[in-house]
Design a protein around this ligand. Structure first.
Ligand SMILES: [Zn+2]
Length: 316
């Protein structure tokens, strides 16, 4: 795309959001949406470093773009990938057409978060149009995998930024967080998330001879009851109470007179800043071993909670 031909006008967030939505960048983004965005930022005087990571099907495009060399350095962080549209026939408006109907833009990613990216790029473009000489630096950290495993996304780019001395003083993430109206909520932290898969093996048997069996369903129910017996906390200064939700219980036993050989469950914990993933993992493991010493417990921590305590950054 030479000389900006075909590029949307950067100061117009609607045109930019439409152009991005028309690149169906289902996670992981195959790339064109990021190249479009990178080209727009280059026109605005940004230096763009394209930073793809991962191989084959996992290959994830990412980029870091910066304008200015000095501090303070503010970074806008976001993602160009979207979740799959599902059955497109069920959409009232085609998911990648970016149509505007009665003043509302429809399309996959309009909210989360091509609209957010377009809004912060347009805000920067308008600022640059007003004043060429900015004090400090503005940057963008854009990943193509936020909706998936995110293994080759923001974390990898942050490692690169640390090596290159590009860590910002401030960061604004463009995730949609306004429940009712634009600007009604600014989040200064995020809860952590942990997923657990518990498999209890027992001894299969006939219900008439329970002493010869070991019922894994009873053990699993006791585990789940113990995990829910007490609230994890009552909330902290900045977060609502942590929450443990059992998402699935599976036995798959079609017989009414057979004690099954195994039972399993899945659960998720969204936890605030009073906990760590490691401490909660240990607690889940302990409860499981109390009720089913041979239970297999597979735990994945997808993120720790974090908080920017109120201060100069959040006031700014
Ligand atoms: Zn998002």
């Amino acid at each position: 795309m030479g000389e900006g031909q075909g590029l949307p006008v950067a100061t117009n967030p609607v045109a930019l959001a439409q152009a991005l939505i028309r690149q169906p960048s289902v996670c992981p983004d195959p790339g064109p949406a990021q190249h479009l965005l990178g080209a727009v930022l280059e026109q605005l005087g940004f230096t763009v470093w394209h930073l793809p990571y991962g191989e084959g099907a996992e290959r994830t495009p990412n980029f870091f773009a910066r304008r200015g060399h000095t501090g303070p350095h503010i970074c806008f962080a976001g993602h160009t990938d979207v979740v799959p549209p599902g059955n497109e026939a069920l959409w009232a408006h085609p998911p990648f057409a970016a149509r505007i109907t009665e003043g509302v833009l429809y399309g996959r990613g309009a909210c989360d978060m091509k609209g957010g990216i377009a809004a912060f790029v347009a805000a920067v473009a308008r600022l640059i149009a007003q004043t060429e000489l900015l004090a400090g630096s503005i940057s963008f950290l854009i990943t193509g995998d936020e909706e998936g495993p995110a293994t080759y996304g923001t974390q990898k780019v942050l490692e690169w930024m640390a090596q290159e001395g590009q860590i910002p003083d401030y960061c604004v993430v463009g995730e949609p967080t306004n429940p009712a109206a634009m600007g009604d909520m600014v989040k200064i932290g995020r809860r952590g998330s942990l997923n657990a898969h518990i498999v209890v093996e027992g001894v299969q048997g006939h219900v008439a001879y329970p002493h010869r069996a070991d019922n894994p369903v009873h053990r699993l129910l006791n585990i789940l009851a113990a995990l829910q017996a007490q609230p994890l906390d009552n909330g902290s200064d900045y977060f609502e109470p942590s929450s443990l939700q059992v998402t699935s219980v599976d036995v798959g036993n079609g017989a009414t007179n057979v004690i099954p050989a195994s039972a399993q469950a899945r659960l998720n914990i969204r936890f605030n800043d009073l906990h760590t993933g490691a401490a909660l993992s240990g607690w889940v493991q302990t409860i499981c071993s109390q009720h089913a010493p041979k239970a297999k417990v597979d735990i994945k921590i997808s993120g720790e909670s974090f908080l920017t305590a109120p201060g100069p950054e959040t006031t700014a």
